[in-house]
Design a protein around this ligand. Structure first.
Ligand SMILES: Cc1cc2nc3c(=O)[nH]c(=O)nc-3n(C[C@H](O)[C@H](O)[C@H](O)COP(=O)(O)OP(=O)(O)OC[C@H]3O[C@@H](n4cnc5c(N)ncnc54)[C@H](O)[C@@H]3O)c2cc1C
Length: 484
């Protein structure tokens, strides 16, 4: 690869776009013919602890490792730096003589605030700043209701998205790269200590995940070939591998939504339209969540529906602890929470069931659940996670009504009838016969004995009685309704 002697480089600042494909900032930088400094900044989180949860730190380590390896194949390297972006960039610009910085836009509120300030400051110093689209199918400002406001309801949002035409086609990875003769000094990935040490709670993650752009594309190909057919009927069953598993790759931008959208085109002869449309509608939920977050930056912190501000949440540390550890005595809830521990991921149907259990059966504030998921999910996403929790809690823009309370036993029986999912993640009740697998507390003593279960010892009794919890939740809900 050609190496440039004149240090008039362009910094390409990678953020939630850890990819070469469909990366418009990188594409434009390479097309400019100037040497490119690929940069990743580990920015401190608002609370000073780091911007990512523990599971995502694991992912980030591997993803950055992969991105660096790919860039090295082209003759460059990924520069790593930590600190506030304005300080890091000032330092790198000073040391490299870079004259421009390109990035792909991000839409989380702290990120956009940083970028807006930075652009202003850098332009004052005559540094060229260019930002590009790529994290979403459409910019969150594009779709508007006929009265010019943002959407609050998913149905009309989806129709508007459908009618808005195809998203911009993805751009291929650059073919030609130029790199500076000397790169600014880089920190080492190992020094960031992103991987868990003792205990290594992520040791089962690789059974399910290979972070990185290459794996993301393989997963998309595999899903389109083998998974998309039947998606709409099978996607709700946690025991089947029927969804794309693209969420962490999308969360880190290892693949762009436009690339995923494009892969679903031209398949109508092979894939039933129900499956195609259903999958696109799920991608559109991601768009909708970002639309909400963009227009309501407090989405992860405040109730969208402020009548929930006076809601009588309980402080139940024992209950919260049991929920986090998959020890509630409700097998479908426990299986989900343990899947989260084992793989840093949970099936969508079970996210709804476990979230509903926390919020409605235990009456614990949805924000505690949101924070737990943020720390433990490899796909934790500021928009999808907050919108998902507000949807379940009933406090969101387009939400499931609070009075619709999932019964964890019936949900289990409906979506995991033979208990295959339960048996995978709650092995201590695996020998229980099918009719009791979702309700071990109803099983006769002889049945429990045959399955080797001693309730309260080898598997917990339910930490709350669902029928009582339901009545209690409705009472608290009615109190805020009456007060409104
Ligand atoms: C309480 C709760 C919390 C959630 N937290 C997150 C989160 O932090 N990150 C996250 O990516 N998703 C979150 N979701 C949405 C959903 O559970 C996951 O996107 C999905 O399970 C990912 O699996 P998949 O990639 O196989 O999905 P697929 O069914 O293959 O869907 C394809 C893609 O569409 C998007 N998508 C699918 N369903 C939804 C949805 N309901 N809302 C928004 N986008 C969706 C995702 O990007 C997903 O990768 C949450 C849902 C709930 C109920």
């Amino acid at each position: 690869m050609a190496r440039e002697t004149v240090a008039r480089a362009v910094i390409v600042w990678f953020r939630k776009d850890l990819r070469l494909d469909d990366n418009r900032a990188l594409h434009a930088a390479c097309a400019s013919g100037r040497p490119v400094i690929p940069l990743y900044i580990r920015e401190p989180g608002e609370d000073g602890t780091g911007p990512l949860g523990a599971a995502q730190a694991w992912w980030l380590h591997h993803s950055l490792h992969g991105l660096d390896a790919t860039i090295r194949k082209h003759g460059g390297k990924l520069v790593l730096a930590s600190g506030h972006a304005r300080n890091v960039l000032a330092d790198i610009i000073r040391r490299s003589g870079a004259e421009a910085i390109f990035w792909n836009r991000r839409y989380d509120p702290p990120g956009t605030a940083i970028d807006t300030r930075l652009r202003h400051e850098l332009e004052k110093q005559a540094i060229e700043v260019r930002s590009f689209s790529g994290q979403l199918l459409h910019e969150p400002t594009i779709l508007k209701t006929t009265s010019g406001t943002s959407y609050r309801v998913y149905g009309p949002f989806w129709r508007a998205l459908e009618e808005s035409g195809e998203p911009e086609a993805p751009v291929d990875p650059p073919q030609r790269f130029r790199f500076p003769q000397q790169f600014p000094a880089s920190e080492t990935l190992a020094s960031w200590k992103l991987l868990p040490q003792k205990p290594d709670w992520a040791k089962s993650f690789p059974d399910m995940w290979t972070p990185g752009e290459t794996a993301a594309h393989e997963k998309l190909r595999d899903f389109v070939e083998n998974g998309l057919h039947g998606y709409s009927s099978d996607r709700d069953f946690p025991g089947k591998t029927a969804t794309s598993l693209l969420s962490p790759h999308l969360a880190f931008g290892e693949i762009s939504p436009a690339r995923v959208w494009e892969a679903t085109k031209g398949l109508s002869r092979r894939i039933p339209s129900d499956d195609l449309v259903r999958f696109r509608r799920e991608l559109a939920w991601r768009e909708f969540s970002y639309h909400l977050l963009f227009h309501f930056p407090e989405l992860a912190r405040a109730n969208w529906n402020d009548s929930f501000d006076g809601f009588g949440w309980r402080k139940d540390e024992d209950g919260f602890h049991a929920w986090c550890n998959g020890q509630t005595g409700y097998p479908i809830v426990d299986a989900g929470m343990r899947q989260l521990w084992r793989h840093g991921w949970m099936h969508n149907r079970v996210r709804m069931i476990t979230a509903s259990f926390l919020v409605k059966d235990l009456l614990i504030d949805w924000r505690r659940g949101e924070a737990w998921f943020r720390d433990t999910l490899v796909d934790a996403d500021p928009a999808n996670n907050a919108a998902g929790w507000q949807w379940v809690a009933g406090s969101g823009a387009d939400a499931s009504p609070f009075f619709r309370i999932f019964n964890p036993v019936l949900q289990g029986e409906k979506f995991d009838a033979a208990g295959g999912y339960i048996r995978q993640f709650v092995p201590e009740i695996a020998k229980l016969e099918d009719r009791y697998i979702h309700r071990p507390f109803d099983a006769p003593e002889s049945v429990l004995e045959r399955a080797g279960i001693r309730l309260g010892e080898t598997y917990p009794n339910p930490i709350v009685d669902h029928a009582m919890a339901r009545r209690r939740a409705l009472k608290v809900f009615n109190a805020i309704k009456d007060a409104a």
